[in-house]
Design a protein around this ligand. Structure first.
Ligand code: CP
Length: 315
């Protein structure tokens, strides 16, 4: 594996999940694997979990870590080929990616969707640009359309917490005051198609994710119907793919409540975090024993550590 851009870079999912669970039991078993190697973490957007868990994962493998909040601290980048750079952008991605490749051995990047132009976002200008021009492996720490470290985390968490071989997993849209990208939902949908799960997506009509991602996954526009007998409820907001970037924050009826969780098979509630309490999901659910969001966030470290280990083993 050269880059970790999407979950398509995982060859055997069950082997990866098993190995991540082993890493979790002994996170300091490979403290020399990354000695003398540096990872650069570039953030074009805010982060808590991704930043700290990837940093910790690198430290667990003996790596050095350099972090840059690129939007605040870096030169604004130009991505176009042949652009006459007489406007606002100061540095071309061609030079930036090659220069960083001399300072670091692995590069990890977070660059969200701008939600203005669907074609631009789904072309993954930033991640694709770095992958094209960098001469080192690139890891996606959430790009415009994918969050594969989160999806690997989610696979690990469902494997750990499932009580039956083929659990019913429901991805439910929920309201949010801001327009959010589709990246987490896209990668989760792709991951569930690779897991042994009875998987259903529920959202209001008009909030369909890209059909090239959802493929044959059943979609139920009736949330209460979809939640029936669920073993896992993964709640997440996303803005419209069809009416690109449009936010539907008034749809408060889609919030996850205690009453709705009673329809499930005592389901465990998942969310990638951060979560808006009492907008996306009620306090009474988040503070109950059915919630595994903190345990889920803990697994971010082991997902990142596994990806780093796989890349380091190839050096
Ligand atoms: N789930 C997730 O990616 O969290 P952060 O945005 O805090 O990194």
């Amino acid at each position: 594996m050269n880059n970790y851009f999407s979950i398509q870079d995982i060859d055997s999912l069950s082997d990866w999940v098993d190995e991540a669970i082993k890493i979790k039991k002994k996170p300091l078993a490979n403290t020399t694997l990354g000695l003398g190697k540096t990872i650069g973490l570039l953030f074009f957007n805010p982060s808590l979990r991704t930043r700290l868990s990837t940093h910790k994962a690198a430290l667990n493998l003996g790596m050095d870590v350099v972090v840059m909040n690129f939007t605040a601290e870096g030169w604004s980048l130009e991505y176009g080929d042949g652009t006459i750079m007489d406007q606002g952008n100061s540095e071309h991605i061609k030079e930036a990616a090659q220069v960083i490749s001399q300072y670091c051995d692995i590069l990890a990047i977070r660059a969200f969707a701008k939600l203005k132009n669907r074609t631009e976002d789904y072309n993954e200008k930033v991640l694709s640009g770095f992958i094209k021009y960098a001469s080192i492996p690139v890891i996606n720490m959430e790009s415009a359309t994918r969050h594969p470290l989160q999806a690997l985390t989610d696979a690990i968490t469902i494997t750990e917490y499932k009580k039956i071989n083929k659990p019913k997993v429901v991805l439910s849209w929920a309201p949010h005051p801001k327009a959010l990208p589709q990246a987490v939902a896209n990668s989760f949908v792709e991951m569930m198609q690779r897991m042994d799960a009875d998987f259903v997506i529920t959202h209001p009509q008009g909030l369909e994710l890209a059909s090239q991602i959802t493929k044959q996954v059943p979609i139920d526009y009736n949330q209460e119907n979809a939640l029936k007998d669920a073993d896992f409820v993964y709640v997440k907001n996303w803005s419209s793919y069809i009416d690109y970037g449009k936010v539907d924050h008034n749809n408060t009826a889609w919030k996850i409540t205690e009453e709705k969780m009673k329809l499930t098979n005592n389901a465990q509630l998942m969310h990638c975090l951060p979560v808006r309490r009492n907008v996306v999901v009620d306090d009474s659910v988040l503070d109950s024993e059915t919630t595994i969001v903190i345990e889920q966030a803990n697994n971010r470290t082991y997902a990142a550590q596994l990806v780093l280990k796989k890349i380091l083993e190839k050096f």
